[in-house]
Design a protein around this ligand. Sequence first.
Ligand code: G3H
Ligand code: 13P
Ligand code: ZN
Length: 311
Amino acid sequence: MPLVTTKEMFEKAYKGGYAIGAFNVNNMEIVQGITEAAKELNAPLILQVSKGARAYANHTYLMKLVEAAVIETGLPIALHLDHGDSFELCKSCIDGGFTSVMIDASAKSFEDNIALTRQVVDYAHDHGVVVEAELGTLAGIEDEVNVSEEDSSYTRPEDVQEFVERTQCDSLAIAIGTSHGAYKFKPGTDPKLRLDILEEVERRLPGFPIVLHGSSSVPQEFVKTINENGGNMPGAIGIPEEQLRMAAKMAVCKINIDSDLRLAMTASIRQYFNEHPDHFDPRQYLGPGREAIKQMVKHKIVDVLGCDGKA
Ligand code: G3H
Ligand code: 13P
Ligand code: ZN
């Protein structure tokens, strides 16, 4: 099976009340850890590449690693550009074989976001590629933000219909309380997803696939392992996984997870070096790092996304 777009995946996910995991890839061990997990659980998969990943690993290397994963797993896999910030970057990924791109013009005005998104959509659709757009900006990392500032960063449900109609995008990332990175909310706080906003978006866009970014939950045991093995990460928590599971049962069809994979891999490697200070063969520590990613992805597929057995 060649690389697929997300069209059919999202249709099935919407109807089936589950979401597809979109995991960021930067090197071979990350691709292998993710795809081995998906294969064992027969789960559909989105592998996504950021601008930074492309700069780090090179377009062709990533493309070929993902093609290898398709051959090895036989799974439906979409290759997606994460947070494309320009028409040129999206075009380059479309021309280079990606099956899905995100144009993230969410920091621009409503009209400028529509114009740039539409430009990418026109080019992408001419080439059989689907487009994710974003409306609203993810909540900030600081929990000191006052309510009105916080509210203003959430997606406004009253904007979504016009945005989708005018851009013709294929999926929409919305801001309902998640945030990017491993330093999200302070421990002891109670971060919540605004499922009421999601419900209202769903009412206005029935059947339309919604995307959640910033959906790592920052499992505390990994932060603890990192800090017990020479790391120095400040405490932080994410949106609890049960709430993401609820969103996956609603209109959310794609859930982006990167930081939790980074934490799992880093915790494993730090622990490995602490226990084996004399080792220096990269396979000795990258192997357990890959296995840690695999276990994390299996957990997300079963407990957060609910897409096991859906390939
Ligand atoms: O949302 C961003 C992803 O976690 C990718 O991060 O830009 O450091 O590759 P990156
Ligand atoms: P996390 O940093 O929460 O893993 O989010 C990743 C993401 O949204 C990639 O686009
Ligand atoms: Zn993101």
